[in-house]
Design a protein around this ligand. Sequence first.
Ligand code: AHG
Ligand code: MN
Ligand code: MN
Length: 340
Amino acid sequence: MQKTHMTLGEFIIDNQKHFKYSSGELSRLLNSIRLAAKIVNHDVNKAGLVDILGEAGDTNIQGEDQQKLDVYANDVFKSALINREIVCGIASEEEDDFVTIEGKENSHTNKYVLLIDPLDGSSNIDVNVSVGTIFSIYRRVTPSGTPVQSEDFLQKGNEQVAAGYIIYGTSTMLVYTTGHGVNGFTLNPALGVFYLSHPNMEFPEDGAIYSINEGNYVHFPQGVKDYIKYCQEESENRPYTSRYIGSLVSDFHRNMIKGGIYMYPTSAKAPKGKLRLLYECNPIAFLAEQAKGKATDGYKRIMDIDPTELHQRVPIFCGSTKMVAKAESFMAKYPEDKDY
Ligand code: AHG
Ligand code: MN
Ligand code: MN
């Protein structure tokens, strides 16, 4: 007999009990993300059939070529949230600056802001490899009733109320946390319903997979080079397996299930790292810690970093606790890169 799983909609309502004075606003916000995820999923799945592959012909503020699906996914998430007047502001990888949402009669009364990487791993779209969406939610810090300000977005990861990702893979999953563990929901595409398929997801304490773009090896800091050599040495459970998809969401998701470490360190080519603190590293770090894993910049917790810019980059080492701790022990042998 087929098992009956709880739906994401039911789970979100049930989860409200964790928030004593909940007004249901966060639940409505998560439901809007659920809707946008289904729309993006539908189009990602048709990618080879409709004119949505390839470059959009523009670059984002970080100088990266925007793919048509980057722009499309950004529009879908933005309009789902604007139409439902469910946040007071959005910051996105694909927007130069944060977007203010006025709400009814310019009242600016919604209490949450959303930060989003609408399509992560977009260089993989054209070759039919898994991509994702990453999101992070904060309570605004400026007074309700006024337009949002940059300080509403430049908050430490520690302040996150919720974070999650959608992985458009062999099946589509939405994985999220509100600070009470990590739960994963798989989309039944025929019904358009997400079902709880992976309750209480946890990183194995140790693992045997390392994920890094090793093509950049010569440009890595010495601590990273030494750790890679350690991963490749012959011992009881080494050499480890190397797996790198090139979509943070997909690499993280696999490592959380199987046990592993994902690294995007600084390099001579990317002196501050490549991944963005606010809408890639912080949500991933929140999920990692909620799943009993670890996320650092090689020296300190990602979620303790005080952000200074919306599109700020940081190096990241995240995954199984023992593996990240080991990588940090190699980093500790060298002084922290002052450039970063
Ligand atoms: P995005 O598509 O949102 O710009 O993110 C791509 C990121 C991340 O998903 C991935 O792990 C990393 O870039 C891959 O970078 P390299 O190609 O430099 O390895
Ligand atoms: Mn990304
Ligand atoms: Mn992206």
